[in-house]
Design a protein around this ligand. Structure first.
Ligand SMILES: *[C@@H]1O[C@H](CO)[C@@H](O)[C@H](O)[C@H]1NC(C)=O
Ligand SMILES: *[C@@H]1O[C@H](CO)[C@@H](O)[C@H](O)[C@H]1NC(C)=O
Ligand SMILES: *[C@@H]1O[C@H](CO)[C@@H](O)[C@H](O)[C@H]1NC(C)=O
Ligand SMILES: *[C@@H]1O[C@H](CO)[C@@H](O)[C@H](O)[C@H]1NC(C)=O
Ligand SMILES: *[C@@H]1O[C@H](CO)[C@@H](O)[C@H](O)[C@H]1NC(C)=O
Ligand SMILES: *[C@@H]1O[C@H](CO)[C@@H](O)[C@H](O)[C@H]1NC(C)=O
Ligand SMILES: *[C@@H]1O[C@H](CO)[C@@H](O)[C@H](O)[C@H]1NC(C)=O
Ligand SMILES: *[C@@H]1O[C@H](CO)[C@@H](O)[C@H](O)[C@H]1NC(C)=O
Ligand SMILES: *[C@@H]1O[C@H](CO)[C@@H](O)[C@H](O)[C@H]1NC(C)=O
Ligand SMILES: *[C@@H]1O[C@H](CO)[C@@H](O)[C@H](O)[C@H]1NC(C)=O
Ligand SMILES: *[C@@H]1O[C@H](CO)[C@@H](O)[C@H](O)[C@H]1NC(C)=O
Ligand SMILES: *[C@@H]1O[C@H](CO)[C@@H](O)[C@H](O)[C@H]1NC(C)=O
Length: 498
């Protein structure tokens, strides 16, 4: 085969191929158009089917929901019926106890124990509304009037959330002679309720409002209050002794509360703004950072109270009222000034006109009070006996410190001094043993010592070394020696960032 023949053959094959292609294309077009209708119909059917399926699914879901709703309602009805049943059974059981024990559950140990067990058990299983009815039943049958003369059914440890005491009060107004001592009441409402002779001793309150309530002869001793307000409440002879208020969460704003007793109360950062606290007693309370802004403090007693950083702005509190306080360090006074506690170290700021030996005891060498080189109006303690050095001390008694209540207290010593001087702070027991020792020198501004329950005395010992003075031929001095106590009742209160 020649090359020419070969090429002609190739061309022919190509033309044949094209013809074949044209025919195939036309045929395909034809068959596609004939296929299109069924395909369209198919798609249409699929769409309709899907739609139908969706509709069925929706219907099914709706049916399911309705069924679920029905079941829920049935369950609720069953639960309600169950609660009604156990409620009725409880009343019946207590009624039988009443019959058996001549109308009193509290005159005998047996019914008392049985009634307590039944009641605590039912409280756990019922809702707040029915629990209110149980408390009402016990209260009306005079089993809860726990005053000192009369004992009451012991409901201690009962947890009662969400009780609205307005539903318990007569005409939603008055609820007298009731004891819920040692219970745990969370989210309780006492708004506008009047109460007389009530006992909440050792009760724990979490989120409660007593706003505009009227309380007379109410006892909150040893109670714990967290997020509780008494806004505009009227309190008469109410006792908050030994009560603990959670830091910054109890508010008595605008409350009229003369003759209220706060003894050994922990009321850190409590709010008493615009309240009337005349004749009230704040004996030995921890009222750090509390606010008495514009409060009426006529004859209010603050003996041995810790009023550190307390706000008295806008009050008429007098100096003599604050004199008996344990601490008024950094308190804000009515005239806008801040006071500092008196220095526990006598003549710690060397006074040019007071003899050294009036307040200090020299143990060796010689120290005098001399005018400072930099400021001739100021004096400081200076070493005289260069070759032997010198030391002096002062004892500070801790008789005002109640170690049982102010468990977490700190002694803070501050002073200024040159190198070659150091100050020892010794915490001593009754028999003179040193329990703890801290040393302050020129490298620091203060030193802090945690007070130990056995400490009865603090000794401040100032030491001038001889050696340093001879070498450097410099006049060593110290001044502004200050000691105060930060009284605290809990670990977290210990001063940070002094
Ligand atoms: C209840 O009172 C009756 C009659 O007053 C007396 O006989 C009975 O002993 C009393 N029961 C109890 C449990 O006190
Ligand atoms: C309040 O209840 C506690 C505990 O039940 C009791 O010790 C206390 O005497 C009662 N207080 C008053 C004023 O009745
Ligand atoms: C608190 O109690 C009230 C009823 O007194 C109730 O309506 C509310 O839902 C409760 N709140 C919480 C957080 O439990
Ligand atoms: C309520 O308690 C007080 C003090 O114990 C008592 O004087 C008073 O009679 C009691 N009131 C009622 C209605 O029981
Ligand atoms: C008191 O209520 C708060 C919420 O308001 C909650 O976080 C806290 O755990 C509750 N305290 C107790 C002791 O139940
Ligand atoms: C609490 O204070 C009230 C009123 O001052 C007083 O009647 C009551 O006896 C005190 N309660 C206790 C336990 O001291
Ligand atoms: C407060 O507690 C102290 C120490 O536990 C106790 O001696 C004092 O009687 C209590 N005061 C009141 C009024 O409960
Ligand atoms: C403010 O009052 C305190 C104590 O009442 C007093 O020591 C101080 O001098 C007063 N300050 C002024 C500026 O009046
Ligand atoms: C201590 O020094 C002062 C001043 O130099 C001197 O008047 C005084 O007599 C000295 N006292 C003793 C006990 O040495
Ligand atoms: C002194 O008191 C401390 C602490 O109170 C005690 O541990 C020590 O035994 C006492 N020493 C003497 C000799 O009484
Ligand atoms: C000491 O006090 C001065 C001035 O109050 C302050 O600048 C410095 O940081 C303090 N030093 C220490 C060690 O606390
Ligand atoms: C009290 O709470 C405030 C914040 O509400 C906090 O800054 C402060 O350190 C707390 N004080 C104590 C003594 O716990």
């Amino acid at each position: 085969m020649t090359l020419h023949e070969n090429s002609t053959q190739t061309k022919r094959r190509f033309v044949q191929n094209r013809k074949l292609c044209d025919v195939t294309f036309a045929q395909a077009l034809k068959s596609i158009s004939s296929l299109l209708l069924p395909v369209m119909l198919g798609i249409f059917t699929v769409v309709i089917t899907v739609n139908q399926q969706n509709a069925t699914k929706q219907q099914r879901e709706e049916d399911q929901k309705a069924a679920e709703e029905n079941r829920r309602v049935e369950r609720d009805i069953a639960a309600e019926r169950y609660r009604d049943d156990i409620f009725d059974a409880y009343i019946k059981g207590i009624g039988q106890l009443f019959e058996k024990y001549n109308g009193s559950l509290i005159s005998n140990r047996v019914p008392m124990t049985l009634a307590r067990a039944k009641t605590l058990n039912i409280f756990r299983r019922l809702d707040p509304q029915r629990n209110i009815r149980i408390i009402r039943f016990l209260h009306e049958s005079e089993q809860l009037s726990g005053t000192r003369e009369q004992i009451s059914l012991d409901l201690s440890t009962a947890e009662l959330p969400g009780i609205d005491f307005r539903h318990l009060a007569i005409y939603r107004k008055q609820l007298d002679n009731i004891s819920l001592a040692s219970t745990f009441l969370s989210n309780a409402t006492f708004i506008d309720v009047g109460m007389k002779h009530v006992n909440f001793s050792r009760t724990r309150f979490n989120d409660s409002s007593w706003s505009s309530a009227q309380l007379e002869n109410a006892e909150f001793t040893f109670a714990e209050l967290h997020n509780v307000n008494f806004l505009s409440a009227r309190l008469n002879f109410v006792n908050f002794s030994n009560t603990s208020f959670n830091n910054n969460s109890v508010n008595f704003r605008n409350a009229v509360m003369p003759y209220t007793k706060f003894e050994r109360t922990r009321c850190i950062a409590a709010h008493f703004n615009y309240s009337n606290l005349s004749q009230s007693i704040f004996f030995q309370v921890n009222a750090k950072s509390a606010s008495f802004n514009n409060a009426d403090l006529t004859n209010t007693n603050f003996s041995l109270a810790n009023l550190h950083k307390t706000n008295f702005a806008g009050t008429k509190v007098s100096c003599s009222q604050l004199d008996s306080a344990l601490s008024i360090k950094d308190a804000l006074l009515p005239n806008g000034t801040c006071v500092r506690d008196p220095n526990l170290v006598k003549n710690g700021y060397a006074d040019c006109n007071t003899p050294l030996l009036l307040s200090w005891v020299l143990t060796h060498g010689n120290i005098t009070i001399m005018k400072a080189e930099a400021d001739f109006n100021n004096c400081h303690f200076a070493l005289q006996s260069n070759n032997v050095g010198a030391s002096m001390y002062q004892k500070i008694g801790l008789e005002h410190w109640d170690s049982g209540f102010w468990k977490y207290s700190l002694a803070v010593l501050e002073a200024k001094m040159t190198n070659g001087v150091s100050i020892e702070l010794n915490g001593k027991s009754q028999n003179g043993t040193i329990i703890d020792k801290k040393i302050l020198d020129a490298t620091e501004n203060n030193t802090i010592m945690r007070l130990h329950e056995d400490m009865k005395e603090l000794d401040v010992l100032v030491k001038f070394s001889a050696y340093y003075n001879i070498i450097h031929n410099k006049n060593n001095w110290c001044d502004e020696i200050k000691l105060f106590i930060d009284y605290g009742t809990a670990e977290v209160e210990s001063l940070r960032g002094l």
